[in-house]
Design a protein around this ligand. Structure first.
Ligand code: SAM
Ligand code: SF4
Length: 431
């Protein structure tokens, strides 16, 4: 979502004649877009600003803005501690960025802009063309969260659940398709909680799938509790909907899920997976895990490992519990860090073994790949198969934006390597 926000910030600031530069030393304005989900986020800001100060030691200082969730959560502290920062802007206020930059150009004092103006934000973003021209584009459809898991900062930094209208989303999706997008990833902190005037995520997918130039639709991140039957059915009805579901579970133990206030049980989670598999047998899953949540015993942890083995997630993101200030879990007594680290290593070893086995099973199979860009090395193209695996092939022909059948030759931890067989005449899943 931060990537989407950063692209939109660029679209907004173009209106006051700012353009992006890859050469940091040329910047008149430096915008740091931040994430607050795990610890060290604030330290990273100070570190980055320190680097910036060095770059500009003998030059005119650029305008320095910190935007995003760290700005929302720690705005005043940042401004007080680091005078080099000119303004902090929360994730629901960045539509005001041009006003803020204009004030700072006239040498204003430090500014803290962290209101929750989500309706106003999207009203003003709707008036500005989305110029993102990536083959695989992001589109924020929903923001915020009402679930209040005890470990999570999102309800405090992004605010309450808010869904954009189907009309504005179809309009923006068309803009992206006209710019060259072939794939759209619909985004939300709880994307399947999408609800605009009783229209759900499945209704939105139906509308967006009508856009002819768009070949693929994905959505992330889902919450198990909001995985309703209409969304399950959508995986059967809409061919453009990709057969990979990212469904965070956090823990394999009902006791820990309850302590986390996750609002779902393992049985409910497995039921969603069962229904999806019944409707689409080749479907695959990825997930998020928190290891070492306060109260997690060896037995609870083993349940998480068992779940990993049982489902065979093809990808997973696992992190040690990070105590976030302002969340209810902040003050809970932590587990022994050595033990938690051991658990994480054990879990990641199991996850890696499963992933490697899955990847090896793809060798000599044919995958359907959407190519996103040419790589720096000559004549190599990067794309993704339907299950979001990275694929690289050699080609003299420009493959950008094309969907091709690729025979997988070999794989490593992160990438599949293959050769083009043909343009797909029919769907061909490397399941
Ligand atoms: N809304 C999604 C859900 O409920 O499953 C997840 C979105 S959350 C923004 C992204 C991921 O960050 C979570 O799935 C969780 O694994 C991780 N996360 C959030 N807070 C965390 C914390 N305090 N410590 C470690 N990981 C955390
Ligand atoms: Fe955070 Fe997801 Fe829980 Fe909401 S549902 S509080 S975004 S982990």
């Amino acid at each position: 979502m931060n990537e989407y926000d950063s692209d939109r910030i660029l679209d907004i600031t173009k209106k006051i004649n700012y353009i992006s530069t890859k050469d940091i030393t040329l910047a008149n304005c430096y915008i740091l877009n931040t994430c607050h989900i795990r610890e060290k986020a604030t330290e990273k800001v100070y570190h980055d600003i320190g680097r910036l100060k060095k770059e500009f030691r003998n030059k005119l200082k650029p305008i320095v803005l910190v935007v995003g969730c760290v700005a929302q959560a720690e705005g005043d502290v940042l401004l007080k501690k680091e005078k080099y920062i000119d303004a902090v802007i929360g994730p629901q206020s960045y539509h005001k960025i041009n006003e803020i930059i204009s004030k700072l150009e006239k040498k204003s004092n430090q500014i803290n802009f962290t209101e929750f103006e989500v309706i106003e934000k999207f009203d003003s973003l709707n008036l500005i063309k989305n110029t993102d021209s990536k083959v695989s584009a992001h589109l924020t459809i929903q923001e915020g969260c009402d679930k209040f898991c005890k470990f999570c900062v999102v309800p405090y930094t992004r605010g309450a659940e808010f869904s954009r209208s189907i009309k504005e989303l179809v309009f923006e999706a068309n803009q992206l398709a006209n710019n060259g997008a072939k794939e759209i990833n619909l985004l939300g902190q709880n994307v399947n909680a999408y609800n605009f005037e009783k229209k759900k995520l499945s209704d939105l997918i139906f509308e967006i799938s009508k856009i002819e130039d768009l070949k693929r639709i994905r959505y992330t991140t889902s919450h198990p509790k909001d995985f309703t039957d209409d969304l399950i059915q959508a995986h059967k009805n809409f061919e453009k909907l990709m057969p990979l579901v990212h469904l965070p579970v956090q823990s394999g133990s009902n006791k820990i899920l309850k302590l986390m206030n996750r609002k779902h049980t393992i049985e409910e989670y497995l039921e969603v997976i069962k229904k999806l598999k019944a409707i689409k047998p080749n479907i695959k899953f990825s997930s998020d895990f928190i290891i070492g949540y306060p109260g997690e015993t060896d037995e609870d942890f083993q349940k998480t490992v068992q779940l990993m083995e049982e489902i065979g997630f093809i990808n997973s993101y696992s992190f040690i519990f990070s105590a976030r200030p302002g969340t209810p879990a902040f003050d809970l007594s932590k587990l022994d860090p050595k033990k938690t680290k051991e658990r994480l290593i054990h879990f990641q070893t199991v996850a890696e073994r499963i992933k490697t086995k899955y990847r090896e099973s793809l060798t000599n199979k044919v995958s359907n790949v959407l190519f996103e860009n040419k790589m720096r090395s000559v004549n190599k193209y990067f794309g993704r198969d339907e299950f979001f695996n990275s694929v690289i092939v050699d080609s003299c022909e420009d493959l950008t934006g094309k969907t091709m059948n690729v025979k997988i030759i070999k794989s490593n931890q992160n990438t599949l390597f293959g050769e083009i067989t043909s343009k797909p005449k029919q769907k061909n899943y490397a399941a």
